[in-house]
Design a protein around this ligand. Structure first.
Ligand SMILES: [Zn+2]
Length: 405
């Protein structure tokens, strides 16, 4: 039985779809005012493993991912560079998919751009206003957080006094933490704007994911994922908006990937401490090695990227790859029983680790250890072609999830 750590209930829970054998998953996608770095891709890789493993377990999965192409930072960046939002983002979106594909991440079933779903957002804001959750201010419409009693549950806030005042454009000047649903157009928005019942303008960032997730997956779906930095305020606000509008729980599970640091430091564009996938690949690093390294520790544990550790760990993966090559060349008649035992060990060890909240670190450990033993046995002439075939078929099953061999 697969158990997943749910941020909302703060414990591992057995995963069962809400309906039959099918599950809907919503994953927060990239903001495309800048390039996505390897920390972002650690989260996308964890989501890839989640989707692949659920499919491996026989569930039918529909994964939806958004692209945030309308938001404050993008509008500011386009204005700074004196180009249209579209031009600013087209190149970032292309780069995003290039890295996504290079890392072997299975493309989502639905990719939803915020700019193409404004009518759904407007309708959702209308619903919230009719239920008394909106505050109209001079510059737009805000969500009245005091009206939503469960606000802060995802982040685990015991008292609303601790929510504090967020200091950015996204928040109302009046209410301490009322966040924006709709922003009225100002000169700074340039040519970005839509007509709507709340005046010409654009949606707030949070309402985008609420509207698109429910549009494609229904008002209550199975799993919502993102990076740990999405927990607050983004996912907290999504829950408030969606559940205030529908009166239903938005997602059955909330899963969050921890962040990646580089040489012990947080990645930051300001200090230049940022690594990009294409930058590493251009140094001759194999995409499978990078995929392996980013998955070599369970998604909920911190991962610190250092070139030394990367080199050491990817060697392990390459060693296993060499044994697999050798198994493909195995000759010799008879046998089969030893290979069958090893194949069973491989699959059971892999599944045990993955069932425990997708522990890819432990999964790789057991896979490498069985493969290492297979390598020794092969050298000593204890494995025939039939044995090798059993082991290779188990490797290929496991690899439909891990995607590194
Ligand atoms: Zn989102």
């Amino acid at each position: 039985m697969l158990r997943l750590y749910d941020t909302m209930s703060r414990k591992k829970r057995a995963f069962r779809p809400l309906k039959g054998r099918s599950a809907g998953i919503y994953t927060c996608g990239p903001s495309v005012y800048s390039y996505s770095h390897i920390g972002n891709f650690r989260t996308y890789l964890f989501e890839d493993i989640l989707v692949r493993y659920l499919r491996y377990r026989g569930f039918r999965i529909k994964r939806v991912m958004n692209i945030t192409d309308v938001e404050d930072k993008a509008v500011v960046a386009a204005r700074r560079d004196g180009i249209s939002l579209h031009r600013l983002e087209a190149d970032k979106i292309r780069a995003f998919w290039r890295d996504f594909d290079a890392l072997g991440i299975v493309r989502p079933d639905v990719v939803a751009k915020a700019s193409e779903h404004v009518p759904q957002m407007v309708r959702l804001i209308g619903r919230l206003c009719r239920r008394g959750y909106c505050i109209q201010e001079r510059d737009g419409v805000y969500f009245n957080v005091r009206r939503f009693a469960r606000y802060g549950n995802l982040r685990g806030l015991r008292s609303r006094r601790y929510i504090g005042r967020a200091r950015n454009e996204d928040y109302s000047r009046e209410g301490a933490y009322d966040f924006r649903l709709w922003k009225k157009w100002t000169r700074g928005d340039g040519d970005t704007g839509w007509d709507g019942p709340f005046g010409y303008g654009r949606p707030g960032w949070h309402i985008e994911c609420s509207a698109m997730s429910m549009h494609y997956l229904g008002e209550g779906f199975d799993i919502h994922c993102g990076g740990a930095d999405n927990i607050f305020p983004h996912h907290e606000n999504e829950i408030a908006q969606s559940e205030a509008a529908t009166g239903r729980r938005l997602a059955n599970f909330w899963l969050h990937a921890r962040h990646l640091t580089i040489d012990g430091k947080k990645m930051s564009k300001r200090t230049g401490n940022v690594l990009y996938v294409r930058q590493l690949l251009s140094r001759g690093i194999h995409p499978e090695c990078l995929r392996f390294y980013l998955l070599s520790r369970r998604y909920r544990r911190p991962l610190d990227f250092t070139m030394d550790e990367f080199g050491e760990r990817s060697c392990e993966c390459e060693r296993a790859g060499r044994v697999i090559q050798a198994l493909r060349r195995a000759r010799g008649r008879g046998g089969g029983a030893r290979g069958q035992r090893m194949a069973a060990l491989l699959v059971s060890g892999f599944e045990r680790a993955m069932d425990d909240d997708l522990d890819t670190g432990a999964a790789f450990k057991t896979v490498f250890s069985v493969i290492r033993n297979a390598g020794k046995d092969l050298k000593a002439g204890r494995l025939a072609k039939a044995d090798a075939e059993q082991i290779l078929s188990a490797v290929s099953r496991i690899n439909s999830v891990l995607g590194v061999f």
